[in-house]
Design a protein around this ligand. Structure first.
Ligand SMILES: [Zn+2]
Ligand SMILES: [Zn+2]
Length: 344
């Protein structure tokens, strides 16, 4: 089969011809229909510091996909050949304290598809049946592939399980997860959605996805704009999806007293937090989230993707053949794309 492999500890990746993976008794073999490129894949491709510390090449990478089951292991009894599936990319242990208490998304022993085990930038993938989500057969395969990052956005937005109808929202960072969060907030009845990014290409997509206002921090004082739009109060919910230290400072200051700041973007260094003013005296909540709740986020995702109110078409901007992956990586390096789809 065709596959994209990270061959060694250096930038780039290679298209190779390799064996179709073997499955164990608890695994299934999936024929990939659609796969999509994640920021994590770009880190692996670019071979940044995180990748250098985490990835052990050679490995086939990629983790966002959908496809059809073509073979099931002997012990698999919840899925059958022909099922249309996507994967919860976090393979959880099921044994640690969190897993036993319904918090698998923060499993102590998590392994990740395309990071710790071979990924989906290939024609076939072998995965444990326990991490598969069965899709509605009518679901658009491109939507089915992006459910993993879409689920990050769902989890970020509904972090404390409260309804967001009528709430004011600010989103810092308009990468695909920020963009999906914008579309989800719109579909879920948010009162006002304000987005901020330095990338004008992506801010245009945010406007098409439901943002009421978009501000470039290089051009305007974003906190002042947010305060202006909310009668000096600040917004109810802020999503920090950028991983930029300066954006974090603006994110906290844009949140009203008593509001919630969800932290999703990863920072490449330690950052300053003014605990006294930004948290203690202002009663704000800072919530760190990772992954998706298993499986409630997926249920919510399925419900949203069925809803006529949601429109993520402006966010899926490019489609390439698997062998053209370098074109997709180049677009992502420039930030001139939303979600990039690859088709084996
Ligand atoms: Zn991803
Ligand atoms: Zn666990």
């Amino acid at each position: 089969m065709k596959a994209i492999i990270k061959k060694g500890p250096f930038p780039g990746a290679e298209l190779i011809d390799t064996q179709i993976p073997q499955i164990g008794p608890e695994d299934v073999l999936v024929k990939i229909k659609v796969t999509s490129i994640c920021g994590t894949d770009l880190h692996i491709y670019d071979w940044n510091e995180w990748a250098q510390n985490r990835i052990k090449p050679p490995i086939v990478f990629g983790h966002e996909f959908c496809g059809e089951i073509i073979e099931t292991g002997k012990k698999v009894n919840n899925l059958v050949k022909g099922d249309f599936v996507s994967a919860e990319t976090h393979i959880i242990c099921g044994k640690c304290y969190q897993c036993k208490h319904g918090q698998g998304e923060i499993c102590s022993n998590v392994r990740i598809i395309g990071v710790d085990i071979p990924g989906c930038f290939a024609e076939y993938i072998a995965v444990p049946a326990s991490c598969l989500w069965k899709n509605d057969k009518k679901l658009n395969p491109e939507y089915a592939s992006v459910q993993e990052p879409f689920g990050n956005s769902v989890h970020a937005l509904f972090a404390d399980d409260k309804a967001i109808e009528g709430k004011t929202i600010a989103i810092f960072g308009c990468g695909p997860t920020g963009l999906f969060a914008t579309a989800i907030a719109k579909a879920s009845g948010a009162k006002e959605i304000i987005v901020s990014d330095v990338n004008s290409y992506r801010m245009k997509i945010a406007k098409k996805s439901g943002a009421d206002y978009s501000f470039n921090p290089k051009e305007v004082d974003v906190v002042a704009k947010v305060k202006d739009l909310t009668g000096g109060v600040g917004v109810d919910i802020v999503l920090e999806m950028s991983g930029n230290a300066q954006a974090f400072q603006s994110a906290v200051k844009s949140c009203r007293r008593g509001g919630r700041v969800t932290m999703f973007g990863l920072f490449n260094r330690r950052i300053d937090v003014d605990f006294n003013d930004d948290l203690i005296f202002s009663g704000r909540k800072l919530v760190g989230i990772t992954g998706r709740k298993i499986w409630s986020t997926w249920e919510k995702t399925a419900e949203l993707l069925k809803s006529k109110k949601l429109n993520i078409n402006p966010i899926i901007t490019h489609r390439f053949k698997l062998e053209e992956f370098e074109k997709g990586m180049a677009l992502m390096q420039k930030g001139e794309c939303g979600k990039v789809i690859l088709k084996p």
